[in-house]
Design a binder for this molecule. Structure first.
Ligand code: NI
Length: 248
């Protein structure tokens, strides 16, 4: 069930059966020569929709711009400051909690968001602990990366080994190729991208990783692989989400 395709009456009825919501969160940033700029937002969005049908669960709107200052050396990349993303997440949670949602499952598509999402949760918990905000039931937030489950990890190493890489990875390019076949790019690569050697600012990133990839060889990606990753992620995350809902 998607929040944005529901009426307010449908949301009220959903809340009588569950107070959980899945919020995809990603980034809008370069993903190398054959990776879509929306990759990190599109992957969790597509996976969340299927997860929502499988569980079932309410799926909120995607937060599609994230922490990506280091990608600004490449055209089309966008970023939020950490303080902006913290405020955005806080306001999304607080507005939905007014209606009775109290289990917030952020389905993440971008490693660069992890620290800041954790800081946003700390901000929300601080308001509750310092009694500047009251909630009728304990409010819980969780972050899960779509690629972190056992099924996805196993598939990554089986299909790509070291060529999976750290940015513009083979698996995430495959997921977007599966979901958006009309946007597949045919590109020849000379080989695996430079290995991870640290990141500072946007100019530093572009010097170290000239075509935007880190350690990956996404010419190995395919829509068929993407379907397998999609299905594995939905299976992994279904269990993680159910455990989250039933935890104290
Ligand atoms: Ni990515």
């Amino acid at each position: 069930m998607q929040l944005q395709l529901s009426t307010w009456q449908e949301v009220e009825r959903y809340l009588e059966t569950s107070t959980g919501i899945v919020i995809p969160i990603g980034s809008t940033e370069q993903h190398g020569p054959n990776g879509l700029i929306g990759t990190d937002a599109l992957c969790p969005e597509v996976i969340a929709r299927s997860l929502g049908e499988a569980v079932p669960a309410m799926i909120g709107p995607t937060i599609s711009v994230g922490i990506a200052q280091h990608h600004l050396g490449f055209a089309g990349s966008m970023c939020l400051r950490p303080s902006t993303l913290i405020a955005l997440i806080r306001d999304c949670v607080v507005s939905l909690s007014r209606h009775g949602f109290d289990r917030f499952f952020f389905l993440n598509g971008h490693g660069g968001n992890i620290a800041t999402v954790g800081a946003a949760f700390a901000e929300i918990h601080s308001e509750i602990s310092m009694l500047t905000r009251q909630t009728p039931r304990p409010l819980r937030c969780k972050l899960a990366n779509w690629w972190d489950g056992q099924g996805v990890r196993k598939l990554q190493s089986e299909l790509y080994g070291e060529d999976e890489g750290q940015h513009a990875t083979c698996s995430e390019v495959s997921v977007t190729q599966y979901a958006f076949t009309e946007a597949i790019k045919r590109v020849n690569f000379d080989g695996r991208a430079p290995a991870y050697s640290g990141i500072h600012d946007a100019d530093d990133y572009r010097r170290r990783y000239p075509d935007g990839r880190i350690g990956s060889l996404p010419s190995l990606s395919s829509p068929e692989h993407g379907k397998r990753f999609h299905d594995a992620a939905v299976a992994d995350l279904g269990q993680i989400y159910r455990d989250f809902l039933s935890a104290a």
